[in-house]
Design a protein around this ligand. Sequence first.
Ligand code: FAD
Length: 317
Amino acid sequence: MKVTEHIANAKGETLFSFEIVPPVKGKNIQELYNNIDPLMEFKPPFIDVTTSREEYVFIEKDGLFEKKVTRLRPGTLGICASLQHKYNVDTVPHVLCGGFTKEETEYLLVDCQYLGIENVMALRGDAMKGEKYFTPTKGGNCYAVELVEQIQNLNQGKFLLEQIQTENTPEFCIGVAGYPEKHMEAPSLQSDLKRLKEKVDAGADYVVTQMFFDNKKYFEFVNAAREMGITVPIIPGIKPLAVQRHLSILPQVFWIDLPQDLIDAVEKCNTNKDVRQVGIEWCIEQSKQLKAAGVPVLHYYSMGKSDNIKAIAAAIF
Ligand code: FAD
């Protein structure tokens, strides 16, 4: 079922969903299942599976280092298929511009259709690890809006090669990213919102936000988006802070601010176990307030271990 249908069927009740990251290749998938199992009691209607960019690795050969490009966490679509089969849940693969030609994206979408996947998140992707700026892939989409257009074309039976006759068109429900605290490259929040509107006008059906730790930022963002004429559901993406290092890493990677009360609470902690508890309690308060405001879904970034998400979901759902 489509994410938007799940939201409509919930009739105003807030749903629970989460995002997972594929394991590093060579690792056993069982660890992923062990983390998902405890979350299934909260009946997520859909689970997102991220796609990682390729990255550079240096391989030693005859005393010299060779620079190679590899994708360390492949398997997004395989994991989606496996979760659908194992848990009877809808899955949402993240589809990227970066690292894929348009032709490869088309193959991926055809695979999605054959697997009965009805939802995709359309994203530009980050810059490759070790590179400062995003560089579009030759023959690929440059911005998420172009990817939305490609998916919508397919929804209308238009393949890249126009002479292909379509008998069975897909009907992908398309999610896109939104940034309550602005995307790092956008010159202003207003200009970033205009770009978001372009994605919605091109056919995106819903928005999932970047993580935020201050609900005020989300509420202001939703108001600004509504004023701009963006009417699709805006799903808050939230993450419990889990280790002391997050205080510096999260702002650096995601360009978000952390509230002073949260920083103070974390700085008082002696161990990461204490920090994890502070993160859980903060996220429960955030979730309660968002749920009371009637958000359609509470979408959690699980990043591997799920004990904290389970504790939060148990307090909310
Ligand atoms: P876009 O919407 O294309 O925007 C990128 C930047 O370009 C913005 O600053 C925007 O304002 C600007 N812009 C947009 N259109 C134009 C235009 N036509 N001309 C000029 N400027 C323009 N990354 C991954 O690699 N894998 C994932 O699985 C993944 N999942 C994510 C899930 C969520 C919910 C979120 C919020 C992010 C995720 N990301 C993921 C990160 C995302 O790929 C990065 O934030 C990326 O830098 C931007 O992606 P986007 O789709 O928002 O890009």
